[in-house]
Design a protein around this ligand. Structure first.
Ligand code: ADP
Length: 621
């Protein structure tokens, strides 16, 4: 007896003792696995004429033995596959068991095959893989473990045999041994499965004449699904609910999509498409393992499961299907990239999706914000990675956190709310809202009632720099020295103060060494005694980005820094006084000011013990 991997075991325990109310989803999961397996063999059959292409899924019931069987003639599994696919759920990624809520857990991982343990106390999986000679059976009675043995099976494919649990107070498992129940579930959840789902249905008929007349039961095999893919139906006959269910079944996501779209496009190439905005990113979305793309069908027949050529990278979060009868059936991956029809579909689809997203901003901003929080990075990288080529297209899809709204806003929103005399877009960079909220330079700008966009993602500043302007309004960092808020008098006042303190400021700069380009006075600060700003082309944010890159072989990217001291702050008076009375202490103070300012920007300080020592000395007075 082999043991399940720890994580699988937990899922299994959950399933076996499940109080989950939608236990019937097990059937949909098994049927969808069968259909996926047939898809795979179907694909092979395009180049191997020996494959039996009479594809079907067969469901049978044995009431006496309490057995429900789902059999397919798909690709099948060999010993290794059985071990890998059914012995572990590692394929579904690392589990976050913090999600103790069963509903969430089942949802998060779409527990697939294991859901059968909600209704069965024994599962046997007989399988013979395409291209192999031997068949194997995987057997498990739950959490104790499983066995894999050789078995007899003539045909390629998989047969899953469930022995149903005994009925109890909560659940009458016997219902899954009733034809009508199974037929109902298939119609509800798996109607559009592209292969026939067949079942031996018990029917009755009258036989004999006169007194000999009696009712006799007989069995007839019937196809119980309509096999019409949802996207081939008339748009008016397709409900949102059906689309949501289709999305969940097809893309193995338990959560409902944020938005469903169904379009029939007639153009140079005609196609039907159903596409979806998922409500959350798949667990591997931001890893390199994530495979994006839409399912590509030719006239209802799947030709590629994830066709990435259909979508640009920056729309990689969209799920969906495309079906066109203008494509050739046995199109190969190599040809696909160059295929004119595929390119035409892709460019028309790109336009369609962008226009739908823009519409969503206008019609349902709340949903758009949810989408952007989950997938906005992808769109931003679309601008960054194309060196701005896509900027024109994508700029209206961008959102940034607004200091005023305390929520994401579009650039259009920002500009629409500008006062007549403001002709720039202010932004501040940092790691998160709290850090940016506490940036020294932000206080006075906020006091003036000016809205500031918070750039929290690493890519944001690059995006803003690539865009340069939006609607003729230049992007300006709150760090910029020429924010032109001050009146001429204020400017003159600070220049005079600086002139008076020039010798001291130059000396302090010399003391801080190469770290700092200059030490100046400022009237841009309110409660903070000082801040650092970047004086060259490299911004503080870029330096942070460089520092966050592991083992970078790049030459160091370090911002030239300016230490700006608040001329109206008591600490400045103290500094001036100390400078005259105890120069060493003044140096310590300016060191502390510099270190504090770095920390507020989220930059590291080089010598922590020295910093602590300086503070201690100053406090000792
Ligand atoms: P998922 O379908 O989400 O990948 P499952 O737990 O349902 O997760 O199935 C795990 C894997 O087992 C599938 O990815 C597939 O490789 C394999 N599998 C399950 N059922 C079948 C089947 N009927 N025929 C062939 N392979 C199957």
């Amino acid at each position: 007896m082999k043991q399940f991997k720890t994580e699988s075991k937990r899922i299994l325990d959950l399933m076996i003792n499940s109080i989950y109310t939608n236990k019937e989803i097990f059937l949909r999961e098994l049927v969808s696995n069968a259909s996926d397996a047939i898809d795979k063999l179907h694909f092979i059959s395009l180049t191997d004429s020996n494959v039996d292409t009479d594809f079907k899924i067969k469901i049978s019931i044995d009431k006496d033995e309490r057995k429900l069987t789902i059999e397919d003639n798909g690709i099948g599994m060999d010993e290794k596959d059985l071990e890998k696919n059914l012995g572990t759920i590692a394929e579904s990624g690392t589990l976050d068991f913090k999600k103790e809520n069963e509903q969430d857990l089942i949802g998060q991982f779409g527990v697939g095959f294991y859901s059968a343990f909600m209704v069965a106390d024994k599962i046997e999986v007989y399988s013979k893989k395409y291209g192999t000679g031997e068949a194997f059976v995987w057997t498990s009675e739950g959490a104790n473990g499983y066995t894999i043995e050789k078995c007899d099976k003539d045909t390629v494919g998989t047969k899953v045999v469930l022995t149903l649990k005994a009925d109890d107070e909560e659940e009458k498992y016997s219902k899954y041994l009733e034809d009508y129940e199974i037929v109902g579930l298939i119609k509800q959840h798996s109607d559009y499965i592209h292969y026939p789902i067949k079942m031996d249905i018990t029917k009755s008929r009258e036989v004999g004449e006169g007194d000999d007349k009696k009712t006799e039961n007989y069995i007839e095999e019937e196809t119980i699904n309509s096999m019409v893919p949802l996207w081939k139906k008339d748009k008016k006959d397709v409900t949102d609910e059906e689309m949501e269910r289709f999305y969940q079944d097809t893309f193995h996501d338990y959560t409902k999509p944020l938005k469903c779209y169904y379009n029939k496009i007639d153009g140079l190439v005609s196609y039907n498409t159903m596409f979806f905005i998922p409500s959350r990113a798949p667990f591997d979305y931001y890893s390199k393992d994530f495979k994006r793309g839409l399912k590509l069908y030719c006239n209802g027949v799947l030709i590629m499961d994830k066709c990435e050529e259909l979508l640009p990278d920056y729309l990689g979060f969209i799920s969906g299907v495309v079906d066109s009868s203008d494509l050739s059936l046995n199109i190969s991956r190599e040809i696909l990239q160059k295929d004119r029809q595929v390119r035409q579909i892709s460019s028309s689809l790109e336009k369609k999706i962008i226009s739908e997203l823009k519409k969503l901003i206008d019609e349902d901003k709340e949903t758009y914000i949810k989408m952007f929080k989950e997938f906005g990075q992808t769109i931003k990288f679309g601008i960054y990675n194309s060196y701005g080529q896509n900027a024109e297209e994508l700029k209206d899809l961008l959102m940034f956190y607004s200091s005023k709204e305390k929520e994401l806003v579009t650039l259009k929103d920002y500009v629409a709310n500008l006062s007549a005399d403001q002709n720039v877009i202010y932004y501040a960079t940092g790691d998160d809202v709290t850090q940016i909220d506490n940036l020294p330079l932000i206080e006075k700008i906020k006091d003036k009632g000016i809205e500031i966009l918070y750039l929290k993602d690493k890519v944001d500043e690059f995006v803003v720099k690539i865009l340069g302007k939006y609607d003729d309004k230049e992007f300006k960092s709150i760090q910029d020295s020429d924010l032109s808020f001050e009146t001429d008098e204020e400017k003159k006042e600070i220049e005079d103060k600086e002139k008076n303190s020039k010798d001291m400021l130059d000396d302090l700069k010399a003391h801080l060494g190469d770290n700092v380009d200059s030490v100046v006075l400022t009237n841009r600060l309110k409660s903070y005694p000082a801040c650092v700003t970047a004086s060259g082309d490299v911004t503080l944010e870029m330096e942070k980005l460089y520092r966050s890159m592991p083992n970078s072989n790049m030459p160091p990217v370090i911002a030239k820094k300016k230490l700006e001291i608040n001329a109206d702050h008591a600490i400045f008076s103290k500094l001036e006084k100390l400078y005259l009375e105890d120069k060493e202490k003044a140096y310590k103070l300016v060191n502390v000011l510099y270190s504090e300012s770095l920390m507020l920007e989220g930059l590291p300080i080089e010598n922590v013990p020295e910093f602590i020592g300086n503070i201690t000395d100053i406090m000792a007075d």
